[in-house]
Write a protein that binds this ligand. Structure first.
Ligand SMILES: [Zn+2]
Ligand SMILES: [Zn+2]
Length: 88
């Protein structure tokens, strides 16, 4: 699936949670759920905790997650902004 986000032209689409959009505070954490370059998916640390609490993709989780479709370049930018280094 392709998407034109406006800033980067036609790119492969990726899925992130609403908290990882540029309007949200950073860093929020960046947990990748798929490493398939044609189907990248990630959400923030709070979504990971919510997912564990809800024990699956429930309606409550989806409302919290506020899934957003972005291009892979936006995905990379979100990753750079939100990933929390674990090695010091
Ligand atoms: Zn989130
Ligand atoms: Zn983009």
């Amino acid at each position: 699936m392709m998407i034109n986000c406006g800033a980067h032209g036609d790119r492969v689409s990726a899925v992130i949670c609403g908290h990882l959009l540029p309007s949200g505070p950073a860093p929020a954490g960046f947990i990748e759920n798929s490493s398939d370059p044609d189907d990248l998916q990630a959400w923030c640390h709070a979504c990971e905790e919510k997912f564990q609490q809800e024990d699956g993709l429930t309606d409550g989780f989806k409302a919290f997650n506020r899934m957003a479709i972005v291009c892979v370049t936006c995905y990379d930018e979100a990753k750079a902004r939100h990933a929390i280094a674990t090695n010091g």
